[in-house]
Design a binder for this molecule. Structure first.
Ligand SMILES: O=c1nc[nH]c2c1ncn2[C@H]1C[C@H](O)[C@@H](COP(=O)(O)OP(=O)(O)OP(=O)(O)O)O1
Ligand SMILES: [Mg+2]
Length: 296
């Protein structure tokens, strides 16, 4: 195993504590990164050190992110955003058809232990809680490049890179936040807006728009190994972008008001969020698929 890679094993059949990741709430105005690397075992020092957002061009923001020594994404590349027409075509009906088309059996059974490749400990905790008892999940934090494209393309590419990196079967996930008033942007690029604005300022993105509707989209990809076509599973949850309410522990949870209850994700119990969330819905599909294929 690569000694530079951090590996942690979580036996989901044991009584593992889904609340083992405890974070300090960043001070206002936002001074932290939205997510920290799993390689950090201690409370998050980088919450103190991420530079204040400046009025900046995309390229100077990029430079700021690249030069932050604590930024887990600093080796990744930001490309120019796609055109509006290009974005519309990403989220057209073909998108779902492609996903259905891709949901076909891999050539061999899924192993009973699965490598979930993510650098986001909050994602990991949710996936761990939702898949408990279904499959034993291992986590590796591999610094994967994320390409520009549709969520489908980004997730599929992420899965291929992860399978190459660990030379074996992998599960990856990509999360989007889509604003109707912006024709579904920022979508897969939400991470960069979170880095620039933080949860306390994110809602200003829709200042000047009457329509605050937002959709959270989660896409998992399972890839059997290098050279294999990833299989995708997607969940979507409708809501609204609102001024932050509740703990600012996980990404934009405090800015996303779930349409069903009027609460932000951050105001909901974790177990309640997982029942209705974009991630919960995607994992329901993955669970059904795994149940038929897990190698016992
Ligand atoms: O349920 C969620 N509730 C609130 N915020 C969330 C959620 N899920 C992801 N997020 C944030 C994290 C990141 O700012 C962006 C997705 O970016 P995304 O590339 O998928 O995640 P990431 O880079 O943190 O981890 P990974 O190593 O799995 O790619 O939205
Ligand atoms: Mg990512």
């Amino acid at each position: 195993m690569d000694p530079n890679q951090n590996q942690q094993t979580f036996n989901l059949n044991s009584n593992s504590n889904p609340h083992q990741y405890v974070f300090n709430t960043p001070r206002a105005p936002y001074q932290g990164q939205p997510e920290s690397s799993l390689q950090q075992q201690q409370p998050l020092p980088q919450f103190e050190s991420f530079p204040q957002p400046q009025p900046s061009t995309q390229s100077s923001l990029h430079q700021t992110l690249q030069s932050n020594p604590h930024d887990p994404y600093k080796n990744k590349t930001i490309h120019n955003l796609p055109s509006r027409d290009h974005v519309r075509s990403f989220f057209s009906g073909n998108f779902i058809q492609n996903i259905k088309h891709l949901d076909m059996a891999p050539t061999s059974a899924v192993p009973s232990q699965l490598n979930f490749i993510t650098g986001n400990k909050n994602k990991l905790a949710e996936v761990q809680a939702i898949l408990e008892g279904v499959i034993e999940l291992r986590n590796q934090n591999v610094d994967l490049v994320e390409i520009q494209g549709t969520v489908e393309e980004v997730t599929r590419d992420k899965a291929r890179r992860a399978a190459e990196a660990i030379q074996g079967p992998v599960l990856v996930e990509d999360t989007c936040l889509c604003f109707k008033a912006m024709n579904d942007l920022p979508g897969p690029y939400i991470k960069w807006f979170m880095l620039a604005l933080g949860p306390l300022e994110l809602h200003h993105m829709l200042d000047g728009f009457d329509d605050k509707s937002a959709q959270a989209v989660c896409t998992f990809a399972y890839c059997e190994g290098p050279g294999h076509e990833p299989v995708l599973f997607q969940g979507r949850t409708d809501g609204k972008l609102v001024a932050s309410r509740g703990p600012t522990v996980f990404g934009w949870d405090s800015c996303f008001e779930y349409g069903g209850t009027g609460q932000t994700y951050a105001e909901m119990e974790k177990s309640e969020k997982n029942k209705i969330s974009h991630r919960g819905k995607a994992l329901d599909k993955l669970k059904g698929w795994l149940a038929r294929r897990v190698d016992v």
